[in-house]
Design a protein around this ligand. Structure first.
Ligand SMILES: Cc1cc2nc3c(=O)[nH]c(=O)nc-3n(C[C@H](O)[C@H](O)[C@H](O)COP(=O)(O)O)c2cc1C
Length: 213
């Protein structure tokens, strides 16, 4: 399977990217193909008013490497890892812009929108997030936003790994060991049961197969 991490911190030797790399290492340990993109290298402009920005054939008029990233790596991946620092109790701007600009390719003004919607659906999805504050509520808004995005895109939301860190590399010293958690998350990216039970869901009563470690 192809696992793509989108790292949104402008600090490329920072904590959230390190967590994402650990998720990828875990995925690679199970034979998956891994890749990481720094959004700051690709996404150079925010969403504009599509009515005035679209080209005459309906394609997106913003001239950067976003479309290449989207049509290639993002649409082709089987799992997305979104890595973000907590910025002002939300996700980093680069990541928000990446998400906002999905609109240009999924709204009906774009000639390929139906195909793109198909290609963006049904992936495995995980989040690697770092914040200075350890207060649990600090990351709730950012996490909820990404969870709702995953639901909307019909993804399987596998999990969130959260590190408490500020200076570069400090996430490795977080006593909660988020780097290990990230590795484990990557390793189980495609096997974990992601449940979204309803009251009338059929359930066997057993979550993990007997004999599982
Ligand atoms: C612009 C900015 C806003 C931030 N806002 C918050 C915040 O609201 N809460 C928090 O706990 N940490 C906040 N931080 C700290 C970062 O989330 C923290 O240092 C994180 O580990 C940085 O990740 P990085 O090394 O991947 O860039 C902020 C940092 C910056 C630069």
């Amino acid at each position: 399977m192809r696992v793509l991490a989108l790292s949104s911190s402008p600090r490329k030797d920072g904590n959230s990217r390190m967590l994402a790399e650990a998720v990828l290492s875990g995925a690679a340990s199970n034979g998956h193909q891994i890749d990481l993109v720094d959004l700051a290298d690709v996404v150079r402009a925010p969403l504009r008013d599509c009515r005035t920005c679209r080209l005459s054939d309906g394609r997106c008029g913003i001239d950067d490497e976003y479309e290449e990233l989207l049509r290639g790596k993002v649409a082709d991946a089987d799992a997305w890892i979104f890595a973000t620092p907590l910025y002002w109790y939300g996700i980093a701007g680069q990541l928000k812009i990446f998400i906002d600009r999905l609109f240009c390719y999924t709204s009906s003004g774009n000639p390929d929108f139906a195909d793109m919607i198909d290609r963006l659906k049904g992936k495995r999805f995980a989040v690697a997030l770092t914040a200075e504050e350890s207060y649990p509520g600090a990351v709730v808004g950012a996490t909820a936003q990404l969870q709702e995005l995953a639901r909307y895109l019909r993804h399987e939301f596998v999990g969130v790994v959260r590190g408490v860190a500020n200076s570069r590399g400090e996430v490795q010293r977080d006593p909660a060991k988020p780097m290990d958690q990230a590795y484990a998350l990557g390793a189980r990216l495609f096997d974990g049961i992601v449940s979204d039970y309803r009251v009338d869901s059929e359930r066997s009563g057993v979550i993990w197969p007997t004999g599982a470690a």
